[in-house]
Design a protein around this ligand. Sequence first.
Ligand SMILES: [Zn+2]
Length: 73
Amino acid sequence: MLGGLEANEHEAFLGHLGGCADCQAEVAELTPVVRAIAAVRGRRRRRQRSEGRPPWSEDGLRTEPDDGGRELE
Ligand SMILES: [Zn+2]
C-alpha cells in the first residue's frame, strides 16, 4: 500500500507511475481508500493527543462513583 512504502520506494514508485497506465489506474482506485484510512488514523491520533487519555477511560471516569477523593484526604 502507498502508506507503507519507504520514502525512497515511494519516490521510485512515483517515477514508475508516470509511465505506467496500469499503476495510474490502480492508484486512482486506491487513493480514496488510502485517504479515508489516513483521515481515520489522523483523527484518532489527534483525539488522543489533545485529551491525554484514550476515549474509554473518559467513560470510566464518568460512570465511576466519586470516591477517588478519599485517598487524597
Ligand atoms: Zn506499473
